[in-house]
Design a binder for this molecule. Sequence first.
Ligand code: NAD
Length: 418
Amino acid sequence: MSDQANPFESLQEQVDDASAYLDASDDVVNRLKHPERVLETNLSVEMDDGSVEVFKAFRSEFNGDRGPYKGGIRYHPNVSRDEVKALSGWMVYKCAIVGIPYGGGKGGIIIDPDDYSEGELERITRSFAKELRPFIGEDKDIPAPDVNTGQREMNWIKDTYETLENTTEPGVITGKALDSGGSEGRVEATGRSTMLTAREAFDYLGRDMEGASVAVQGYGNAGWIAAKLIDELGANVVSVSDSSGAIYREDGFDPRDVKDHKNETGSVSGYPGAQEEFSNRDLLTLDVDLLVPAALENAIDGDLATDVQADVIVEAANGPLTPDADDVFAETDTYVFPDILANAGGVTVSYFEWVQNRQRFYWSEERVNDELETIIVSAFDDLIEAYEENDVPTMRQAAYVVAIQRVVDAYEESGNWP
Ligand code: NAD
């Protein structure tokens, strides 16, 4: 994985690339290249042995023109101020392309959670929640899970906030467990939008999903669910990977079986049904019909892109291609369907969770999945309309054109508050 590209610079370049097709002045577009504010805080937390450790944490609120800031919280050693800023910007455009009434935010703690006990992680999370408290709220800023965080951390944040505020406000955070106010369908939502985007993309390109070969990089929440649901469309998932490396089988895997193996052993490596094991780089350059990067950003840079042989790329991860890689694919026959649409299922079902929390009325999983499908298919159609009508060079630029125009319109309709 390349560490060359700064994700925040990538985001700014993506906004610039789309600006030529927008009905907006340069100064209004420039606003949309910088976060409104970034909280940087140092959490002092007592460890199990009585010592005190300091953890740097961030929350970026990028833009709130279309509604409360919305976005996940990531626990990872590579979290940085610029990464959080970039991820918060991508959330603005993601919420806009699917037309849900949110702005964008993102948070993170610089930490490898594997190095800490559950008790320590709880104290670290509650300490962060205490720092976030003045900023968050169901009408202000609504965090959610991201890499290495899930229902457990969301429940701790909700409980800390509600205790300190002496209220019940489950809509302050999404991605909660069902009994704590979570939504049916939330766990599968990101992978489901990746599957729906891949399905619509194959349909648009006149390709058959039945028997299509598929490689998925990253076998966490987004990657494994995408693999399972794409397999259910009749495709052949021939290669999957995680940080331990990639496995390959020409006839395709049963994604559920691989997941069981990962649950038992901690990684996809060593899966008994694999014909071959190789590196993540080898997976990314396989000659497949569909490649789904579902790990972290910058997985494919300009150099690697020249070796990529996949016909279609559907991005489950946030920012897995650098702008240099985009430039390469703009000149080849590889179609790239962007993250802000293909992984928008997570935030869309987070929106459903928030709606249910506010109404204190809960939906069935079938209703959640149906409403999600309607939103993703409609956003896909908007993207294709922009791509064809404006003669935009790439699907990513088309998505940004649709999304940024919606944010610009909201800003111009409301006016500026100095
Ligand atoms: P996760 O922690 O559940 O899984 C991440 C997976 O990537 C793990 O299998 C890990 O082993 C693997 N991985 C890490 N480094 C790797 C490497 N160098 N090469 C190959 N695999 C590697 O995280 P997730 O929730 O699945 O998130 C994955 C991506 O999807 C992130 O970019 C995240 O921002 C994005 N995303 C997730 C959601 C969600 O709801 N979970 C929503 C939108 C976007």
